[in-house]
Design a protein around this ligand. Structure first.
Ligand code: ZN
Length: 352
């Protein structure tokens, strides 16, 4: 018997809004902390990931970078993260990585990126999950540091590193996308795709989303929930089919929003925006891409047809090439057909 939850769990999925460090499993986090003598508040995963808000989470997020010191640590996390994801229907993933955290710990840009690529390539060979990498500007650092980061990307080109994003908050606790406009312009002129975390919490504003769309010229938005406060911007985003990479479970922790049909993500879907769904920080929020579909989508009032569209939206929004997108679309279509046949048959069973 295939329930709706099973159907959503098995549905083929992309994941675009996914921070690499957060794809670590709790067990690997504790093991790597032991390997490098990094002291954790507790080794019990049940208590390791309790946060009052976004800022508290960000402290834990930074700590996770302390345990990734050797190339083999990064490769191990890459492989294990895909293994776990594939069990939940993962077929393609994009990773946000913050080289600035690692550079501050004495590693070079290439020390971080190259093992990441080799780990994800091994995972692709083993599990068939394709990938791209988006380098993310850490907003706790300055605009000048962000420019330096884009220069490092240009000095170390890698075919699978295709975009620039921005995450974290400024030292004042703001999104302030305008602070990084110059770095984004430089990235755009270097041919990189652009995305940005904006309009995430109640502390942010629709203005951040507007700035990212109009002034940074992003190709997609991470979170962007505050867009709803600006109806003109909603209409424009709908018209442009601008993708929003939403992360339902994280909003219950970072913003204390309940997953109901009145949630901002549900209203964005209702408004016709091109929403796709990801975990954001799976380990920290104790979620995975299966749970985002299986638990969050029904709570948001999303039906099967909309869930399939959300899965397809992820392909549309991906930064990979058109050939890979075409392959994903045919793979998803075939899997949808097989799953739909099972789901419809089982949905009819009680009436037989
Ligand atoms: Zn994020």
């Amino acid at each position: 018997m295939l329930s709706y939850a099973d159907y959503l769990q098995l549905l083929p999925k992309t994941e675009l809004h996914c921070h690499f460090t957060s794809t670590m499993t709790a067990e690997l986090f504790v093991a790597l902390a032991g390997k490098h003598g990094v002291e954790l508040p507790t080794s019990d995963p049940a208590h390791l990931f309790a946060y009052a808000d976004l800022r508290e989470f960000l402290v834990g997020f930074e700590l996770a970078h302390d345990v990734l010191r050797d190339p083999e640590d990064i490769e191990a996390v890459a492989l294990e993260g895909v293994r776990v994801g594939v069990e939940a229907g993962l077929r393609y993933r994009e990773y946000y990585v913050n080289p600035q955290y690692f550079i501050a710990r004495g590693m070079s840009y290439a020390d971080v990126i190259d093992p990441l690529i080799s780990g994800l390539s091994a995972a692709e060979a083993q599990y068939g999950v394709g990938f791209r990498i988006v380098v993310a500007v850490n907003r706790a650092e300055s605009g000048a540091e962000a420019i330096r980061l884009v220069e490092l990307m240009a000095e170390n080109p890698r075919p699978s590193v295709v975009g620039l994003g921005m995450d974290d908050l400024t030292p004042e606790g703001l999104e302030a996308p305008e602070r990084f406009a110059e770095a984004f312009a430089l990235a755009r002129s270097a041919g990189l795709r652009l995305t940005a975390h904006v309009g995430e919490t109640d502390r942010s504003e629709a203005h951040s989303v507007r700035f990212a769309m109009h002034d940074l010229g992003v190709d997609r938005i991470d979170h962007g929930y505050r867009v709803l406060d600006d109806p003109d911007l909603v209409a424009e985003a709908r018209e442009r089919r601008l993708p929003f990479c939403a992360t339902p479970v994280s909003t219950t922790i970072c913003s204390d929003w309940q997953l109901t049909p009145d949630h901002r993500i549900a209203r964005m879907i209702e408004a016709g925006l091109a929403v796709n769904v990801s975990t954001d920080d799976a380990m920290f929020f104790r979620t995975d891409i299966g749970r985002e579909f299986r638990e969050a989508l029904p709570a948001l009032g999303v039906d099967a047809a909309t869930a399939r569209r959300i899965a397809f939206n992820g392909i549309d929004a991906a930064f990979c090439d058109d050939d890979q997108k075409a392959r994903l679309r045919s793979q998803f279509t075939a899997e949808f057909t097989a799953l739909d046949a099972l789901f419809q048959r089982d949905a009819l069973l009680p009436e037989d």
